[in-house]
Design a protein around this ligand. Structure first.
Ligand SMILES: C[S@@+](CC[C@H](N)C(=O)[O-])C[C@H]1O[C@@H](n2cnc3c(N)ncnc32)[C@H](O)[C@@H]1O
Length: 245
């Protein structure tokens, strides 16, 4: 990795003109792909029907299809919050979905105002993970459910055995290289997320790590990875279903 180049690119990303240029080239995952969005919607609704519910999606990126489907299925309201606005030139696509762009730290909603929170491949991008988990707890009503699908892979690597490479760098250097980039990942591991959810007061209804054999093999031969557990290194991601008591 060319550290100086990474640091320079990260610094450039603070410039609004560079940000706007980069955003046009972003892939945000579902990218408005209807079959993929339908699959994600079906997954989310396995853990709670939307009828008459107030639904919040964290980080929809370029895809409001989950929110539209929830409204079509009788959700009382749908709000999406993101730190980047992919709809500046596509306002008409929002239809009845409220989209709030915010600082990524304090969700601009009242306490106990939503019944369901969904997020697909977003938690790993939180710059302030603890604050965000606390905020999710705050805005969720008692008895409400949060479903989070989290992709903890190194977003700059495509080879499976290298998916934990983002752990090599100290936090200060990682942030200096990546903080402003859309593919920034906070590198919080599976067990650390579970501890955070528990400490903040969520009850865990379901959890499933997505273990990759290639990462398991990598863990077993790498002394530098031993300060994490095998599960934390070999999970390329996970989902959790959490309830606010
Ligand atoms: C990988 S994309 C996923 C987009 C969409 N959920 C999907 O599956 O296609 C991550 C999204 O999370 C957003 N994001 C990052 N930090 C966030 C935060 N603190 N709150 C809400 N959204 C955030 C990013 O701007 C981006 O739109």
């Amino acid at each position: 990795m060319n550290y100086l180049k990474e640091i320079a690119q990260n610094a450039l990303m603070r410039l609004p003109v560079v940000q706007r240029f980069a955003m046009r080239r972003h892939s945000t995952g579902l990218n408005n792909d209807e079959p993929a969005a339908r699959k994600t919607y079906e997954f989310m609704t396995r853990f709670g029907a939307v009828k008459d519910k107030d639904v919040l999606e964290l980080g929809p990126g370029q895809t409001l299809l989950l929110m539209h489907q929830a409204l079509a299925d009788g959700a009382h309201s749908c709000v999406a919050v993101d730190i980047a606005d992919y709809f500046t030139a596509r306002r008409e696509e929002q239809k009845n979905v409220r989209l709030c762009i915010y600082d990524g730290q304090s969700i601009p909603l009242q306490s106990s105002s939503v019944d369901l929170i969904w997020s697909n491949d977003v938690f790993e991008h939180f710059r302030y993970p603890q604050d965000m988990v606390r905020e999710c707890f705050r805005v969720l009503r008692s008895g409400g459910t949060m479903v989070a699908v989290v992709d903890v892979r190194d977003h700059y690597e495509s080879e499976e055995r290298k998916f934990s490479n983002n752990l090599h760098h100290p936090t200060w250097l990682w942030n200096l290289m990546k903080w402003n980039r859309s593919a920034f990942t906070n590198r919080v591991r599976y067990s650390e997320w579970l501890t955070m959810f528990d400490r903040i007061g969520f009850e865990c209804v379901e959890k499933e790590p997505y273990v990759l054999p290639a990462l398991q093999a990598e863990y077993r031969k790498r002394p530098d990875l031993q300060r994490w557990s095998e599960e934390d290194i070999s999970a390329r991601g996970f989902h959790v279903v959490l309830r606010k008591p």
